[in-house]
Design a protein around this ligand. Structure first.
Ligand SMILES: Nc1ncnc2c1ncn2[C@@H]1O[C@H](COP(=O)(O)OP(=O)(O)OP(=O)(O)O)[C@@H](O)[C@H]1O
Ligand SMILES: [Mg+2]
Length: 333
């Protein structure tokens, strides 16, 4: 297990890839309610970062600060190399933001929404029309382009939202809950679009309520709780932080099963399935020592599987103020 997965912000580049977003000590309060209580971030260019947290944790607040919509009470941040406090204009020019709530104007058509964005980005008429047509096509909205956006389904509006965000060809995009309310197919389509953006080198800062989404898309995930980042790391690193992981050995030979069962400490046996469950953090070291031990004892399992807690377990463990059990679903069975 890594001794620490907390971020270590470095303002210099060093040997690490350049940071698209870097923040240190960001704070924000509303009245006497502290929403962000010192947030540090370092998000490498071309990566996907997911911010998770329960309702009201401050995800949207963090997005709004980093995209210059509101100012922090304290702390500093650079986005695309520009200081948030001294050069917000340059930050704005480099980013795109798809807010949690739709920016689509329902009274005009999808195409008109796009052209409006093109105007805001000072594209020429010709360039604006070309960009709008291209993006509408890419987001499968060409057929609906001439209909008032108010008649669009939730998924279509969300796609139009993202298409509008991309008009200025931003290199860093903030997506605040991009797939909330989408059906599974639309969600997978949105993931595909996000992956394509990233393969073009775009940096994505994403907030989400869907842990699977973070698991699927994000290079790194931070869990926001009580105004602080409770943990940060890859999905796998986060899963290793909490108990519930185990290795399962399955046997077809009852004699081998019995031998292993009696020789191993701390196992949970399942006599019917001829399987043994051994607590483990899933690390290479633990796996190797188990395999070495099996070899030495001349016991051969027919199947070995490593089970790590899923991100739901991590989320509950890190964000619950009450005592929600942190056992993995596998263990609870
Ligand atoms: N303009 C404001 N004035 C007062 N309080 C605010 C304001 N904006 C946000 N808050 C409070 O700050 C806290 C964090 O809100 P925020 O919208 O950042 O949460 P969130 O993590 O995005 O939640 P959700 O998952 O519901 O979108 C909440 O308690 C909210 O009520
Ligand atoms: Mg929010």
């Amino acid at each position: 297990m890594p001794s620490s997965v907390m971020p270590t912000p470095e303002w210099g580049g060093g040997s690490q890839s350049p940071a698209a977003i870097i923040a240190a000590g960001l704070r924000k309060s509303y009245g006497d309610k502290t929403v962000l209580d010192g947030i540090d971030l370092r998000i490498p260019a071309g990566s996907v970062f997911a911010l998770l947290g329960p309702n009201g944790a401050g995800k949207t607040t963090a997005v709004k600060i980093l995209s210059t919509l509101i100012t922090a009470d304290a702390g500093e941040a650079k986005v695309a190399g520009h200081d948030l406090a001294t050069d917000p204009q340059a930050v704005r020019a480099a980013i795109g933001v798809t807010g949690q709530f739709s920016a689509v104007d329902g009274l005009i058509t999808g195409e008109e929404n796009m052209l409006l964005m093109a105007d805001l980005h000072h594209l020429s008429r010709r360039e604006g029309r070309r960009t709008a047509a291209e993006l509408l096509e890419r987001f499968d909205l060409t057929d609906a382009a001439k209909k008032p956006a108010a008649t669009y389904s939730g998924g279509m509006k969300r796609r139009l939202d993202l298409a509008m965000t991309l008009v200025g060809n931003p290199r860093i995009i903030f997506l605040d809950e991009p797939t909330t309310g989408l059906d599974p197919r639309s969600r997978h389509n949105m993931w595909q679009i996000i992956r394509e953006l990233v393969s073009d080198g775009v940096t994505v800062f994403l907030t989400t309520q869907y842990l699977e989404e973070a698991d699927q898309l994000a290079d790194r995930i931070a869990v926001l709780n009580d105004g602080k980042i409770a943990a940060e790391g890859t999905a796998d690193e986060l899963k290793r932080l909490i108990p519930g992981g185990h290795i399962r050995l399955r046997f077809t030979d009852p004699a081998a099963y019995q031998a292993a069962r009696h020789a191993l400490d701390e196992v949970t046996p399942d006599d019917e399935a001829l399987s043994l469950q051994i607590p483990s953090d899933g690390s290479q070291r633990e796996l190797r020592s188990l395999l070495d031990w099996l070899d030495a004892a001349d016991i051969e399992a027919d199947e070995l599987t490593v089970h790590t807690p899923d991100l739901d377990d991590v989320f509950f463990a890190l964000t619950s103020n009450t005592n929600i059990p942190t056992q993995s679903k596998e263990n609870a069975r």
